[in-house]
Design a protein around this ligand. Structure first.
Ligand code: AMP
Ligand code: MG
Length: 354
């Protein structure tokens, strides 16, 4: 099935067995130096050939992405890795054995074929092998490694459905492959393995606990936990506003009861000011609040479920036209580290600890 939104075609494909005709059409666009949005197991990506600098520049233009924020390169198999990296550190070998294909991006020494636009001139490159039949089929058919950031306008929550992609990029890209909702819901974990111990640059689908069980101690970049990343962070993406719904979001973090009390007080104050208040909370807290818009991100007992619904919930507040969003934090273990990282960044510094 096919539909058209402004100048953008949206082609529906089966998520397990994508139609080869749709894949070869998308692959032809990529080989011709154009961009295509496609599903991965984390979020939808906006891809272009990683070996073609001009094609890669189209990604930055479509997203409005700052030109110093490097892209992740996606490969279909280990053989393709040789086109991307100059060498593979031992810790990377072990992690690839365990977590590829999967939501783990490894920062390694850059190979000469990768266009400088992909890495913004850095001598390292982030690379991963996505665990999604559509992404794998597309990369294989294109025959080149694919550079792909999330398929959203820069600064917005990452897209977990083709509709989210269209919301942000209609008329700016030629084609979206639509295979329904993505699974993990937050982006890949980014780990720099060019240093010892390796440094976690972005928490994501593979948890810190899983990484440490595989390779021992992992340093956590301070910006992951909310520290100001400064002018020249190790991962340039750290310094940009990200994941933001249209209304300002205030993140409240702490023990459950204190958190609920603080959000109730704040909601009351904003309501008295005549503001339309939105609350983003766990299923367990739903009954505690009174506000015009209350959206759940799922149960605190299932943080993977929360990760998978988080970005869609943030985008939903735009449709409800709220003036302010009050969000509950989650414990920072397992997937909670990635969830809190995204919520802190969506809050852009408006974090209240109780
Ligand atoms: P996105 O593609 O929007 O999911 O963002 C990719 C993230 O990976 C950004 O935060 C980048 O800063 C980070 N990244 C990509 N390549 C590198 C690299 N070579 N070194 C450090 N961080 C990187
Ligand atoms: Mg992104």
């Amino acid at each position: 099935m096919e539909r058209k939104v402004a100048g953008t075609r949206v082609l529906q494909v089966d998520s397990a067995e994508p139609d080869p005709a749709a894949i070869s059409e998308a692959a032809a666009l990529l080989r011709a130096g154009d961009v295509v949005a496609f599903p991965t197991e984390t979020v939808y990506g906006l891809g272009a050939s990683a070996l073609d600098g001009q094609a890669v520049r189209r990604i930055y233009a479509a997203k409005g992405r700052p030109s110093d924020n490097p892209l992740i390169v996606h490969v279909a198999d280990r053989a393709q890795l040789a086109d991307v990296v100059a060498s593979v550190p031992p810790a990377a070998e072990r992690l690839m054995d365990l977590y590829w294909p999967g939501p783990l991006t490894l920062v390694m020494p850059k190979g000469p074929k990768v266009a400088p636009e992909v890495t913004c001139g850095l001598d390292t490159v982030g690379v991963r092998m996505p665990d999604h039949p559509v992404a794998q089929a597309l990369i294989r058919a294109a025959g080149v490694p694919i550079a792909a950031p999330s398929a959203n306008r820069s600064g917005r929550p990452s897209p977990t459905t083709a509709e989210h992609v269209v919301e942000d990029l209609a008329d700016r890209i030629p084609l979206v492959l639509d295979a329904g909702e993505t699974g993990v819901g937050v982006e890949s974990t980014v780990l720099d393995v060019t240093v010892d111990p390796p440094v976690l640059l972005r928490p994501g689908g593979v948890t810190l606990e899983e990484l440490e069980a595989a390779i021992g101690h992992v340093e956590v970049a301070p910006a992951v936990l909310g520290a100001d990343p400064g002018e020249r962070p190790r991962s340039p993406g750290m310094k940009y506003k990200h994941y933001a719904p249209r209304a300002p979001l205030i993140l409240v973090d702490g023990p459950v009861i204190q958190m609920q009390n603080k959000i109730r007080d704040l909601a009351m104050e904003y309501l008295e000011e005549g503001k339309r208040v939105g609350i983003l909370c766990s299923a367990e807290s739903r009954g505690v609040y009174v506000a015009p818009v209350i959206l759940e991100y799922g149960s605190r007992a299932d943080l993977s479920g929360v990760a998978s619904d988080l970005f869609a919930a943030l985008r939903a507040f735009d449709r409800h036209g709220v003036d302010v969003i009050l969000a509950e934090g989650v414990p920072e273990t397992g997937m909670g580290l990635a969830i809190m990282n995204r919520l802190r960044r969506a809050a852009g510094g408006r974090v209240i600890r109780v």
